[in-house]
Design a protein around this ligand. Sequence first.
Ligand code: GDP
Ligand code: MG
Length: 677
Amino acid sequence: MHDVSAIRNIGVIAHIDAGKTTLTERILFYTRKIHRMGEVHNGTATMDYLPEEQERGITITSACTTCEWGEHTINVVDTPGHVDFTMEVERSLRVLDGAVGVFCAVGGVEPQSETVWRQSEHFGVPKIAFINKMDRIGADFASVLAAMRTRLGANPLPLTIPVGAADSFRGVIDLVGQDFLTFDPEDQGQTVRSRPLAEDAALAELAAPWREKMLETLAENDDAFMEEYFSAAFTPESIQAAVRRATLARRLTPVFAGSALKNAGVQPLLDGICAYLPAPSDLPPVQAKTPEDEPVEITCDAALPVAGLVFKVLLEGGRKLAFVRLYAGSLKEGDTCRIVNRGADERVSRLYRMHADRREQLDEAHAGDIIAVVGLRCAATGDTAASRERQVLLESIDAYQPVINLALEPRNADEGKILDEALLRYCTEDPTLRSELDEGSGHRIISGMGELHLDVILERIRREYGISPRTGQPQVVKRETPTRAAEAEAVFDRELGKQQHHGQVSLRVSPLPRGSGIKAAFGFDTALFPAPMRQAVLEGVDNALQSGPQTGYPLQDLEVTILSVQRKEGQSTPAGFHMAAGAAVRQALENAAVAVLEPLMFVEISVPESALGSAISLFGTRGGKVDNLEERAGMKIVQGLAPLSRLFGFSTDLRSATQGRAGLVMRFERFDSPDLI
Ligand code: GDP
Ligand code: MG
């Protein structure tokens, strides 16, 4: 029976080292408990945990892992730990309905979790928080709550609070049910013991002010609960209902305490995910467009025609596995669906739900589900799969432009073959990664979003394929642009394959402001100029603009106006016009004072006041210019632009110049002349 209200599509947002992996492990472990307990009753239970654990290590990295908690199906969407992978963050935030923010009870709210948290606000994602590592020395629950207020602008609502901290951390108090919960270390926390607070005066006293504060905060943020509060007519159920309303409205963030490593506090968090985060059907309809650009709303309804977003593809033994978030409709094996943005029909050959330790083949998937589909051969990240009857386009996931290149040189032919196989796979799975063979040198040139992005790819090549090709120095990707207008005329007149091809084109190139892209148009009435030749001229122009005279990189921000064309009876051909147009563009560019543009990065550095001076001066030596300086929760925030070509190794230098106290976020801003900043 399909019950969309029981589905939770969630992601885990965390700073590196906050404990995301450890927590996710526990979530997957406890959610299989029911399954395993069944086996305990059959007397078949063994410690079959380890071999599966190894398998899980692989599947955890898949795009989405499904588990069951009570009546609920939880789809855990993988979110990257590093904000440098902007597109990865965006793709996961697009398809999840709620998120769990994990914070370290010692480190608190670190800059990277702040960035992702804010991005999730931008996408309107309701959240709950888990304050982890309560067992560590220096753990301070209250100060993390304070940091959530000041750094995230969140309104935290603790629902469980820790009893003790560091060595004395013993368990958590459930403020709604008024119980003290402990987690048995003997069975990795699977057994949760619950004792009413009423039985322990000291704990009851500890909990009382927290509970009072919880009720007050709830009353302030939910009108219906306000009335119940003042007439003292509330119950645990009505508290939960109010928490749910306030969470979905993003007025409050429920907070849970625990220690993933010590197996404490995770089950209440799982209960909280199911109780307070939204089901797909709780959310407003998704905005989409028809191919004719008319707006349409997609409501979460399994009876409507199919609409799904491909948010990740993985290659697995040569087969493409497309991860799809279904927003409407139902999908069965054997169904044909249209990949709308590619105009192609594909047949669904298999549907899977990916679990930690196995994949489950499905006969059918429904609105609200996240599933892996085999058979969508042409689909890539950001594509829309829809029914042919109602073709719609969901907002795509922006593919960012690669800005950095790195040459890889295989050590021998065998290594070259393995390298090509690895690169084919990574490029299919990651739309921000490109790879090209340099015919002359035999090097593979890979391009990506930044130094770290390519480092991660290299690391994976070494680890997953066991090869370590030699690498060159990273180079920034460039663009070219004309800085003044120029005109040229070119004639093409040659015999190619026994046929004469003629074309004659005169045109003008002129500069446009940054961000304008490329415009090409005819500056005269083309009624008498046949369509195939018109098309050939535009293709010839486009082709020539792919490779600029200075660096061979593409041109941008210019306008090409075709001033006139000449035909020669019986000899003019589309091929002739294609060649003539290209030659005319190249000639015009010679006189257009073409400038080279480089990637400029937006850089944000957060440092304590005492390290501000060193951070700014280091940024200056890298060609950076500070545009904005502000303060956020006691940290100085420096924002500005710098050319990527001078930022290699910057994060390492910044760390040593500030004794490791600086946080750094960089993203591509635009291609421009580095002298302009
Ligand atoms: P991630 O980078 O967010 O995925 O964090 P990990 O799960 O890899 O954890 C980072 C480190 O913190 C590891 O050494 C974990 O063992 C440790 N860790 C995770 N959770 C806890 C916790 O609750 N208490 C303590 N003391 N350490 C933890
Ligand atoms: Mg991790």
